[in-house]
Design a protein around this ligand. Structure first.
Ligand SMILES: NC(=O)c1ccc[n+]([C@@H]2O[C@H](COP(=O)([O-])OP(=O)(O)OC[C@H]3O[C@@H](n4cnc5c(N)ncnc54)[C@H](O)[C@@H]3O)[C@@H](O)[C@H]2O)c1
Length: 333
């Protein structure tokens, strides 16, 4: 079972699992137009992306689709009871650090109530293992690198990070109380084709293509450990398969320990787009952190191999997709 399957990572994962012959029970709260209760405009870029991703996933052989809100207790519980999944990969959430500065209330239902419902349903239906999306943002503001899973995570810099940190604590309690085995996967800035329109790679690329200013916070000196989406999907798939290697209520970084400065990221992107960026500087936002850098030791100790797509190649795939999805001259995406 994959939740959040109209999303960026969830759609890619659902397709990957179906292509490998798995039966995938996929769900999302988006309707056929990609609209969600928080984004009811079918013409928004996010809605159009969700609709297009969902259409591809729903057509894949082996995928059973269900529209549901994970924050609605009986919808999830009933569906899980009818499906009886062996493993649940829970990716549905309200994502986005900056969005949580503007509207923290948007995060409560999906990320806190929804997560509690997933735990309850997994417990009630005796799901063997739960894998769920956590985030590098749980590490908060710090300069020591790389980030180890055992490091403290009790100083979230944003409400979004607080919900992810809460998810890890909630999962821990369900293991202590009921023995539910779970794995929180701390994703590090995932990018690639079909990426989220609120994330830096999409925003930067669209600004560069349209010769509009690219806003760089803190002089572009913020450092991010970017992870190509197919590397992320490969890690999630392998972690679901090698589940005997993680026990209890575990957490793991899914990142490559190769952070780069955002300004350098913009340079690689502009080279691929063959267009010079117009840079506009802005002060660092309070919810932002200066650095993300994953220690990948734990992940590598659990997996036999993990793909490491070079930034140039991953961004090349992203640019190729973006130019097809939104050819210049068409309406703005
Ligand atoms: N993309 C990243 O760089 C990144 C980094 C760290 C963590 N994460 C986490 O990974 C997961 C997937 O991220 P993404 O980038 O694919 O985000 P996304 O927004 O593209 O996908 C999330 C999906 O969840 C769905 N959803 C939200 N609330 C729901 C609800 N109440 N019921 C059912 N569906 C609901 C949304 O409609 C969306 O399709 C999220 O949990 C996110 O917090 C992502």
């Amino acid at each position: 079972m994959v939740t959040g399957a109209a999303g960026f990572i969830g759609s890619r994962l659902a397709l990957h699992l179906a292509q490998r012959g798995h039966i995938v029970h996929a769900c999302d709260w988006a309707d056929d137009s990609g609209c969600t209760p928080l984004d009811p405009d079918p013409n928004s870029t996010a809605s159009r992306l969700r609709a297009a991703r969902m259409a591809t996933v729903r057509q894949a052989p082996g995928v059973q689709w269900q529209r549901l809100d994970v924050a609605h207790p009986s919808q999830l519980l009933d569906w899980m009871g009818s499906v009886r999944p062996e493993r649940v990969i829970h990716l549905a959430a309200q994502a986005g650090v900056r969005h949580s500065m503007q509207a923290p209330q948007d995060f409560v239902a999906s990320n806190l109530v929804g997560f509690a419902n997933v735990l309850l349903a997994c417990h009630q239906h005796q799901v063997a293992r739960l894998l769920y999306a956590s985030s590098s943002s749980v590490y908060g503001m710090r300069s020591e690198a790389p980030f180890e899973e055992a490091d403290r995570t009790d100083r979230p810099q944003s409400f979004y990070a607080a919900t992810k940190q809460a998810n890890e604590a909630m999962a821990f309690s369900f293991h202590a109380q009921y023995g539910l085995k779970s794995l929180g996967m701390r994703f590090f800035t995932v990018y690639g084709p079909w990426g989220r329109p609120d994330m830096a790679p999409y925003l930067f690329a669209q600004a560069i293509r349209r010769q509009q200013p690219v806003t760089l916070f803190a002089g572009g000196e913020l450092m991010r450990d970017f992870t190509y989406v197919d590397d992320t999907v490969a890690a999630v798939t392998a972690l679901a398969q090698h589940e005997a290697r993680w026990q209890g209520a575990a957490v793991v970084n899914v990142g490559h320990q190769r952070p780069i400065r955002v300004i350098d990221f913009v340079q690689v992107l502009s080279d691929l787009l063959q267009t010079s960026p117009l840079i506009e500087h802005a002060p660092m936002q309070t919810a932002d952190v200066a650095l993300t850098c994953a220690s990948e030791s734990r992940l590598l100790s659990w997996l036999d191999a993990w793909p490491d797509t070079p930034l140039q190649e991953g961004l090349g795939q992203f640019v190729q997709w973006l130019e097809g999805w939104d050819p210049l001259g068409n309406r703005q995406a």
